[in-house]
Design a protein around this ligand. Structure first.
Ligand code: SF4
Length: 329
């Protein structure tokens, strides 16, 4: 790119830089600006929208995304998309969920390898065996699963609505898959007996109670917000536990002077960009799957229209039922 062209690009993207100036140094911006400028043009040409998860990096989250949120918000919004193309800046199960809920659209994921340790911890055959072992017990499946697993389930849930979903069933016992810690945390809140699976989020399972106590000692007065995919002993040390949307909402409304978000790294960057008045303490656990999504890959996805996510229609009908049932709760 010539220096004149770069100057024009920087001028066009200057208002976007304002949104992320607190978390992206000026020296790094020209590299991002070129891809951002191209992506904005490609979105117009392809009639595309970008849905970005809260764990995406700030240059994606604040500069090219049309809709941002946790997996529940992205599922709800995917249903309403009118554009021809949805680019999912997140992991594969999120793109699959968007395709299930809005099958007429082309849903692209910029990297097919963007998986999830929870989704890969369980297969549909495992779930069929559990049903044989616990006949009649309803199955609640976390959205962090493949469409094939969702298709074997009675209802889905997210970390944002797990408690409501479990309580909506009105039964004393449920099978809840695949996140063992989310299941234990929800069981403690609801009193419902939960049969769980030994799946874990590779980001949240690494936090420990001792680490939280260390953070409190090192940063007096810090408010600790933890994701419910963390082990129960970590949640027990926190001031508040909730989904990424609930954590962002907490900071928006309560404006703590000093806070730590016990979750994936980029979440703090994204919330911090909008809250210069709040001091963020940042223990950093990265999700390697979320970090596979980058601006150059989003740009390439829109240029080449790859990788389109497809779901077997027979599986899709059953999986959609489990998600739609969740959305009515
Ligand atoms: S943060 Fe955890 S739950 Fe989310 S995509 Fe990464 S591995 Fe999966």
């Amino acid at each position: 790119m010539s220096s004149a062209a770069l100057s024009e690009t920087l001028a066009r993207t200057a208002p976007l830089y304002e949104r992320v100036a607190k978390v992206i140094p000026p020296v790094e911006w020209p590299v991002f600006a070129r891809d951002i400028d191209a992506i904005l043009e490609l979105k117009r040409a392809r009639n595309a929208v970008i849905l970005a998860h809260n764990y995406q990096t700030p240059e994606i989250f604040h500069c090219v995304a049309d809709i941002v949120g946790d997996s529940l918000a992205l599922a709800r919004e995917a249903m309403k998309v009118d554009a021809d193309v949805i680019v999912l800046a997140g992991v594969h199960f999120m793109a699959e969920t968007a395709k299930l809920l809005n099958p007429a659209k082309t849903v692209l994921i910029p990297d097919m390898q963007a998986g999830c340790s929870l989704a890969s911890s369980i297969a549909a055959a495992d779930l069929r065996l559990l049903r044989q072992r616990y006949p009649g017990v309803p199955v609640v499946t976390y959205v962090n699963t493949s469409a094939a697993v969702k298709a074997e389930s009675d209802i889905c849930c997210t970390s944002g609505n797990a408690r409501k979903v479990i309580e909506s069933l009105g039964v004393p016992e449920v099978i809840m898959l695949p996140d063992e810690y989310l299941a234990q945390n929800v069981a403690a809140e609801t009193g419902v007996k939960i049969i769980s699976w030994a799946g874990h989020c590779e980001v949240h399972e690494r936090f420990t109670a001792a680490e939280i106590r260390g953070l409190r000692a090192a940063h007096p007065g810090v408010v600790v917000l933890a994701h419910p995919e963390c082990p129960p002993e970590v949640v027990a040390e926190a001031d508040f536990a909730g989904s990424t949307a609930a954590m962002a909402g907490y900071v928006d409304t309560k404006r703590p002077a000093r806070v730590v978000l016990v979750t994936e790294c980029s979440m703090s960057d994204n919330v911090a960009a909008a809250h210069p008045e709040v001091e963020f303490v940042r223990p950093c656990n990265l999700c390697p799957h979320m970090k596979r999504i980058t601006l150059p890959k989003i740009r390439r996805a829109l240029e080449t229209m790859r990788h389109a996510v497809e779901v077997d229609p027979a599986v899709a009908a059953k999986a959609r039922r489990a998600i739609e049932r969740m959305l009515t709760v």
